[in-house]
Design a protein around this ligand. Sequence first.
Ligand SMILES: Cc1cc2nc3c(=O)[nH]c(=O)nc-3n(C[C@H](O)[C@H](O)[C@H](O)COP(=O)(O)OP(=O)(O)OC[C@H]3O[C@@H](n4cnc5c(N)ncnc54)[C@H](O)[C@@H]3O)c2cc1C
Ligand SMILES: *[C@@H]1O[C@H](CO)[C@@H](O)[C@H](O)[C@H]1NC(C)=O
Ligand SMILES: *[C@@H]1O[C@H](CO)[C@@H](O)[C@H](O)[C@H]1NC(C)=O
Ligand SMILES: *[C@@H]1O[C@H](CO)[C@@H](O)[C@H](O)[C@H]1NC(C)=O
Ligand SMILES: *[C@@H]1O[C@H](CO)[C@@H](O)[C@H](O)[C@H]1NC(C)=O
Ligand SMILES: *[C@@H]1O[C@H](CO)[C@@H](O)[C@H](O)[C@H]1NC(C)=O
Ligand SMILES: *[C@@H]1O[C@H](CO)[C@@H](O)[C@H](O)[C@H]1NC(C)=O
Length: 622
Amino acid sequence: MSSFTLWITAVLASITTGTPLLSAKVETGLLNLDVDLQHVDSSIKSLFLPGSPNSNAPGNTTSRCKIYPGDPEWPSDKAWSQLDVLTGKRLITGPTPLAAVCYPGKDYDAAKCAGYTTPVWQRSYVHMDDPIEMMSPVAQGLTCSIPSLYDSKGCTRGGFPKYVVNATEPKHVQLAVNFARNTGVRLVIKNTGHDFLGKSGGKDALSVWTHWMKSIDYIEKYVDEKLGYSGPAFKAGVGVQAFEIYRAAHEKGKVVVGGEGETVGIMGGYIQGGGHSPLTGLYGTGADNVLSFEAVTADGKFVVANSTSNTDLFWALRGGGGSTFAVAISVTVKAYPDLQVTASRFTISSAVTGKETFWAAIRAYVDSFIPNADAGTYTYATLIPTNGTFTFSFSPYFAPGKSKKEATALLDPFFTSLKDLGIKFDPNVTHFDHFYDAWRSSFPLEAVQKPNVATASRLFPRANFETKEKRQEYFDRIRASSENNRVQVHFNIQAKDPSNNDNAVNSHWRPLVSFSMQSVRWPINSTAAEILKIRKDFQAGDMQSWRDISPGAGSYLAEADRLEPDFGNAFWGDKYPRLLELKKKLDPQDLFYAATGVGSERWRVESVDGLPNENGKLCRVD
Ligand SMILES: Cc1cc2nc3c(=O)[nH]c(=O)nc-3n(C[C@H](O)[C@H](O)[C@H](O)COP(=O)(O)OP(=O)(O)OC[C@H]3O[C@@H](n4cnc5c(N)ncnc54)[C@H](O)[C@@H]3O)c2cc1C
Ligand SMILES: *[C@@H]1O[C@H](CO)[C@@H](O)[C@H](O)[C@H]1NC(C)=O
Ligand SMILES: *[C@@H]1O[C@H](CO)[C@@H](O)[C@H](O)[C@H]1NC(C)=O
Ligand SMILES: *[C@@H]1O[C@H](CO)[C@@H](O)[C@H](O)[C@H]1NC(C)=O
Ligand SMILES: *[C@@H]1O[C@H](CO)[C@@H](O)[C@H](O)[C@H]1NC(C)=O
Ligand SMILES: *[C@@H]1O[C@H](CO)[C@@H](O)[C@H](O)[C@H]1NC(C)=O
Ligand SMILES: *[C@@H]1O[C@H](CO)[C@@H](O)[C@H](O)[C@H]1NC(C)=O
């Protein structure tokens, strides 16, 4: 058992029995002011204390921006090295971007650089284990990419943080939170770095890196009367990723609600942002399945947030978005019995079918959206334009709980239309006894984003598919987007919460039938002004066209564009007013910030190139 597992178990025991914390492990797990800070020089001790900064604390500044190197308030070397000592030498100073090996300078290493071929670089494995790398290079500011993808003409840290606490215990998080709050230095939280919008980075920030909080404990019977739940659960450290929790669940004959992507940080940003899953059609979003959080709050305290304790925080953390209300330490989620799955993959191309036949096939596909969503299935369909030809794939169609016969019956109307159109296709319909095997063989390892792409999304409700006219209208818009060269991904799912929890999950998920994404691409050598124009035109053009036919619908905060207009309503719907109130209450100083996060209207990253990215100071908007 890891020390993390041990302390969590001990903390749990002490919580449930009400006894004082006895285990030595617990004492090293939580910040103990008397013990941990006893040797800290009095001149800097206040930087590590919990609570609101007193009037003398440097963090209580009226500065317009967060505190940056060069500012008189920037912490001394002595203060930083004290943070290193207190965190058990877990502070990483000036972390080097991976691609620095490709550029002249002290890190240059031609052999290592040659190892970063495009396919290697684009695998999420390379970036998820790194303290600072982000899978959204555009949002990082593109200051250190591999030259074969994007020549950044040198390597600078750009939107990457300057210091990283490699946290494995709550104490490490508490110290970083206190230090950032008391000094005014920008705080960021990175887990895997999957965030589309770059919310796991920030120039010259202090980053809490949660990736190595990997404990997983199985709880055979978790009872919460208020939530109406009695059944199995998993308690996981926030660093736990999809492939880890799915495997652990499989070993117990269970499943949990997690994403499709293999390396997504299920217990980090995913679950706090809502989180859709191959199982969402049956069990709701990731956040709907949370029973409890352990977290470090903005004032540096370690708390439990559940249905009876810190209930506001519990509400907000379930859907309100990462890096906004607290740093989560662990999450306890419901587990369900393992189930059979039938999955299907196939591709058709307009190069083979001819254009009009291809589009007739896509039009027919839209007719199957409501029946499939109602059946609880999950379709990940791609629609990709390449030089005037179009490809459509089930990548895959995923029917949890369905036998091959049941899934085939659901697919039959669409497949019959394809046959009637004379299209030759070879759908591989495979039955799996276990969810884990189906998931492993159905979904590709996700790639890191390209350096010249921005993605935006729309949560299309049932109303868009209820009549033939409405389906035609939706089809016309997605076809027009394709013809405008937009890469599209369509998740045909329902996202109702069978337990009807009251939480912060975007109300726009509930009537969902298709979660649709499209991406705009620009020439790799475009200037900043050209990119900004292309991105704004995309929002005013193809995205507006999707919004126009779905008035009052929203977008998914975790797979979205930083330029999404009216993001509060789009990402949270009718939950937004309460979330704004809770942000003021739970984080009055805006210690936590995430671009397009709740309350982020008060701040802006003043990026060096004027593009929406993390390469600049975070400053108040006057
Ligand atoms: C290839 C790919 C596949 C994806 N598949 C899915 C999918 O199937 N379903 C789905 O719903 N989404 C999916 N997503 C989107 C995914 O949910 C988000 O990218 C999510 O933010 C990832 O969380 P993370 O912790 O792994 O990433 P990070 O980028 O490390 O963190 C994301 C955000 O959460 C914050 N955060 C992380 N950990 C904590 C914590 N412990 N406490 C407080 N804040 C925290 C970060 O500061 C950041 O703002 C996918 C994304 C990619 C790139
Ligand atoms: C900051 O200091 C002022 C006094 O200088 C005090 O009134 C205020 O409450 C302090 N702010 C915080 C957030 O502690
Ligand atoms: C971070 O901590 C983990 C767990 O202790 C360790 O395995 C890893 O090497 C550390 N990473 C860095 C970059 O320090
Ligand atoms: C919530 O957490 C508190 C504090 O740890 C604990 O006493 C309580 O039993 C928990 N509530 C439920 C429903 O588990
Ligand atoms: C698309 O067309 C361009 C120019 O005609 C060509 O260079 C490129 O290789 C083509 N791409 C594909 C994937 O066919
Ligand atoms: C069909 O898919 C299954 C599971 O992904 C795979 O094992 C099998 O080889 C595929 N069959 C064909 C004919 O491609
Ligand atoms: C980008 O490259 C293309 C062709 O390689 C060229 O026509 C164009 O002028 C370049 N644009 C800029 C801004 O350099």
